[in-house]
Each structure stands twice: as structure tokens, then as C-alpha cells.
Design a protein around this ligand. Structure first.
Ligand SMILES: Nc1ncnc2c1ncn2[C@@H]1O[C@H](COP(=O)(O)OP(=O)(O)OP(=O)(O)O)[C@@H](O)[C@H]1O
Ligand SMILES: Nc1ccn([C@@H]2O[C@H](COP(=O)(O)O)[C@@H](O)[C@H]2O)c(=O)n1
Length: 208
């Protein structure tokens, strides 16, 4: 079984996926972390983030891999853990440049498609492109202001700056971010985290 949870930036995809996965007793997979890892390695090496061949060469050398733990995904490059470095504002700002490159999308998709079922997969195109056969699909939204207020607890910038960056990232990610026609769209604005998890579990027939 595959459950997909897609949505716009900072709509709660990772937190919700982790909660749903824990309730189901299965792993979750954060596809965005692989795009973030490619971006971080590119920034550290000083390569042009538009240069797919240079990025693929770095990925070949460092071979970042995703550890899809239910309590929180981790990313490793050899013995080095990249996870904590993947959510900086610098990576936030660069990742959409990397994510439009077809070669990079193919690299991420190939990694995801080797994972053994069952799992919850979260990102932008899990329900449309990567796992169109998924048994259940959800899509999370919330206004940019609400998302920025939530994210402000995790970033040094103020709420208007975070909101502007989220709007920019949504625009750059628009092509790969359309909801699947068969996804249930959830506006998380009026809901708590536990509330969103509850709606999804209910939709899966696992509600309490
Ligand atoms: N329904 C909710 N109510 C309150 N806070 C929430 C809710 N959903 C998520 N959050 C909080 O919003 C923040 C962003 O959530 P999260 O990181 O899970 O989003 P995301 O969609 O995975 O983000 P990104 O696209 O940047 O990877 C976190 O601090 C999370 O705890
Ligand atoms: N399926 C996906 C997942 C992510 N992206 C790109 O990665 C960025 C970071 O993802 P988060 O889920 O951590 O926000 C995102 O802004 C996209 O550029 C993607 O294209 N497809």
C-alpha cells in the first residue's frame, strides 16, 4: 500500500506524513529531502545550480541516501549526516532551481521507486507522477500567511519575509505541484496538526 500526501511549501506535509505513518505503523518518505540534498551538495561545491551534469556528478560522488524512518527521515552521504543542514533558508531559496531539472527529477524518482511498500510518500508529485497507482492520495493547502506563521517557529526570518519566500517557492514549484485529480484536498488552515492527521486516518478508514 502507498499513501501519497502532496501539497504546497510548509503546508505540513512532513509533520502530517510522520503522524499518519506512525499511526499506521509504516515508514514515510520525504521526497523533498532528496532535492534538498542535491541542492546542499551543489551549494557546498560552488556549482551552478542550473547545471544538471555538474549536480549529477556530485550525486555520483557523494551518493546521498534517504533513511525513511517514521519518526523523521534522515539523509546520509557516506558517513556524514546531511539532515540538519537541509532546512536552511539558503537551501530553501535554491532548491526549486534544482527541482525543475528533468535529470534531477529522474534521479529522485528512481530512488523513490526502489523503496519497498508499504509507505506514506510526501512531496509535490507523489500522487501524479511518481506513484499514480497509490491507494489513497491527499493534498494539503493553507494560506501563505498561516504557513509563514507556523514556519516562523523554525526560521530566523520574520513572518513577512518567510511568507514572501513561500510564495516565491510555490510559484517556482507550480508545474510539478498540481493535485492529482483523485486526491482529497485538505485546507489545513483551520485545523491542528492532530486534526489533519485525524482527517487522513478517517479517509483511510483508520479513524478512532
Ligand atoms: N495543522 C497544523 N497546525 C499547526 N501547525 C502545523 C500544522 N501543520 C504543520 N504545522 C507546523 O508547520 C510547520 C511546517 O510543517 P512541515 O515542515 O511539516 O511542512 P512541509 O510541508 O513538510 O514543509 P516543506 O515543504 O518546507 O518541507 C511545522 O512547524 C509544523 O509543526
Ligand atoms: N516531489 C517533490 C518534492 C519536492 N520538490 C522540490 O523540493 C523542494 C523542497 O521540498 P519540501 O517538500 O521539503 O518543501 C520543493 O520546494 C520543490 O522545489 C519537488 O519538486 N517535488
Amino acid at each position: 500500500m502507498i499513501v501519497t500526501i502532496d501539497g504546497v511549501a510548509a503546508s505540513g506535509k512532513s509533520s502530517v506524513s510522520s503522524g499518519v505513518a506512525r499511526a499506521l505503523g509504516i515508514p514515510y518518505v520525504s521526497s523533498g529531502l532528496l532535492y534538498r540534498a542535491a541542492t546542499l551538495l551543489g551549494l557546498e561545491a560552488g556549482v551552478d545550480l542550473h547545471d544538471a551534469q555538474a549536480l549529477l556528478a556530485l550525486l555520483d560522488t557523494h551518493a546521498p541516501r534517504l533513511e525513511p524512518l517514521a519518526e523523521g527521515n534522515r539523509v546520509w552521504a557516506g558517513e556524514r549526516e546531511l539532515t540538519d543542514a537541509l532546512h536552511s533558508s539558503r537551501v530553501d531559496a535554491g532548491v526549486s532551481v534544482v527541482a525543475v531539472l528533468p535529470e534531477l527529477r529522474a534521479w529522485v524518482d528512481a530512488q523513490l521507486r526502489t523503496l519497498p511498500e508499504p509507505f506514506v510518500a510526501e512531496g509535490r508529485d507523489m500522487g501524479t507522477n511518481v506513484f499514480p497507482q497509490a491507494g489513497a492520495k491527499f493534498y494539503l493547502t493553507a494560506s501563505p500567511r498561516i504557513r509563514a506563521e507556523r514556519r516562523a517557529r523554525e526560521r530566523p526570518e520574520d513572518i513577512p519575509a518567510i511568507e514572501a519566500a513561500l510564495i516565491r517557492r510555490d510559484a517556482k514549484d507550480k508545474v510539478q505541484s498540481a493535485p492529482a485529480p483523485d486526491a482529497t484536498v485538505i485546507d489545513t488552515g483551520p485545523l491542528t496538526l492532530e486534526g489533519v492527521i485525524g482527517v487522513i486516518l478517517e479517509g483511510l478508514g483508520k479513524g478512532s
